[in-house]
Structures are given as C-alpha cells and as structure tokens.
Design a protein around this ligand. Structure first.
Ligand SMILES: CC(C)(COP(=O)(O)OP(=O)(O)OC[C@H]1O[C@@H](n2cnc3c(N)ncnc32)[C@H](O)[C@@H]1OP(=O)(O)O)[C@@H](O)C(=O)NCCC(=O)NCCS
Length: 221
C-alpha cells in the first residue's frame, strides 16, 4: 500500500551501479570517525559482507530524480544457494586485507571483528532462548539517507521486506542492531529484544551496546 508521505518514492532492485551511493551512506552513518582510507575500507567490508548474506536487496528511489534514498537487504536461508565464499564474501575479504595494510587499519579490522564476534554470541543466545530453533531469515541491512528520513521511506522499505518474507512462507526473522542505530524504529514495529551485549573500545570514542531482535512477519494482505 502506498504511504501518502512518500508518494514520490518508488522501489526497485539494487544494481551494481548503486554500490558507490550506499557505500558512502554506510561510511557516513557508521564509520565517519575513521580517516581515509580506513573508514571507506571498513564500510566496504561491511557492505560486501551484507551483500554476501542477502537474498533480496530493495532500493527506494526518488520517483522524479531517480536518486537512491535508502536500501533494505534481506536474507531467507532456504533461498541462498550460492557457495559460502561467494563473490561478495571475496570482495569483503579483499577489502579486509587492504584495510589491514592501511595505516590505522588494524584497529578498524579489530573493531569489525569484535562486532562480528559479538553478533555471533548474541545470535547464539537468542536461538538458545528459542530452544535451539534457528531463524529462517534475517534483515541484514537497513538504511535511509539522513535527508530522506522521517517521511515514510524506511516504513515502505520495511513493509516490502516483510512482503518478500511472506511470499517465501517465512513467518519470523532476526536482525542485529546497536545503540549507533535507530533502534526505536524496530521497537515501534513491535520487534522483541532477545539479547544485548556491551562492546567498548577503550582506545577510541567507539562504545556501544549491541542487540539482536526478533520479529514476526505480518500475514500477507
Ligand atoms: C531506521 C530508518 C531506516 C527509518 O527510516 P525512516 O524513513 O526515517 O522511517 P519512516 O519515516 O518510514 O518511519 C516509519 C515509522 O517508524 C517510526 N520511526 C522511525 N524512526 C523511529 C525511531 N527512531 N523511533 C521510534 N519510531 C521511529 C516513524 O515514526 C513511523 O511511524 P508511523 O508509521 O507509525 O508513522 C532510518 O532512521 C535510518 O536510516 N537510520 C539510520 C540507520 C539505522 O539506524 N538503520 C537501522 C538499523 S541498524
């Protein structure tokens, strides 16, 4: 259903031509305190790592100008038939190697690794609370350009992701988030917080609490 506040927005699939735009968006949102080229490479590791897991990638664009406003990446486990070390995983590994060889990059790599380990622990905890039942799906990445926030774009992308999950008979999913994100959006959507962990890097301004949330897919209209 079209939301009035974003009637000038359309959705389409992600293309390779969108990479630069969303890399810049991720860098600004989550790696801004890291200097060049460290921050850009961290964003690249993150972006490619997300693409490596996603089975669907939807972009919201300004219907008039065609410029991308936001993206949501979704994963349905049962639909992913790619090899574990797919081309995005290889690109993420390559960006990680370049990051390691960059001045200040070791710290950036350590930060990404610590987040990854924290996320794995969170997921184990959440799955444990469900009696060991794994989640069939994940919202992998969700971001809207700062200037486009608050006018229904994110809501539209989120509903499209739910429709994708519903079409594939998925009724529940998980996602990772942290205090550097708009966690309130997920609370507003009715998702349940399953586990939380603090992660602090005493050598930088970086300190966050990380969460795993669980959501149920609304029935298809
Ligand atoms: C989270 C995000 C994608 C939401 O996109 P958005 O376009 O601003 O969201 P919308 O305007 O479509 O809001 C949809 C609904 O969520 C609510 N909402 C949005 N952000 C919220 C917040 N932080 N807390 C509570 N409610 C929120 C809106 O009020 C709206 O409610 P309504 O449908 O009842 O009117 C966007 O804020 C963003 O990109 N944040 C930075 C990246 C981020 O945190 N990503 C999330 C996970 S890591």
């Amino acid at each position: 259903m079209m939301n009035d506040r974003c009637r000038d927005v359309t959705l389409r699939r992600l293309t390779a031509g969108d990479d630069a735009e969303f890399l810049a968006m991720l860098r600004k949102a989550w790696y801004a305190e890291h200097p060049e080229p460290c921050g850009r490479l961290m964003a690249e590791v993150d972006w490619q790592g997300c693409l490596a897991r996603a089975t669907e990638a939807l972009v919201a664009v300004d219907a008039t100008t065609g410029s991308p406003l936001g993206v949501i990446l979704v994963r349905v486990d049962a639909l992913d038939r790619r090899p574990a070390f797919n081309r995005h995983r290889r690109r993420a590994a390559l960006a990680g190697l370049r990051l390691a060889a960059t001045r200040g990059g070791a710290r950036g790599l350590a930060e990404l690794t610590a987040i990854d380990l924290t996320d794995r622990r969170l997921l184990r905890e959440a799955v444990g609370k469900r009696g060991g039942r794994p989640y069939p799906a994940e919202i992998v990445l969700f971001i809207v350009a700062p200037e486009a926030r608050g006018r229904g774009v994110g809501g539209r992308l989120f509903r499209a992701a739910m429709a994708y999950l519903g079409e594939h008979d998925v009724d529940e999913y998980f996602l990772f988030t942290d205090t550097g994100c708009d966690v309130g959006f997920y609370e507003h959507q009715g998702l349940a917080r399953m586990a939380a962990r603090d992660l602090a890097d005493p050598g930088s301004a970086y300190a966050s609490t990380f969460f795993v949330y669980e959501g149920r897919v609304p029935p298809l209209p």
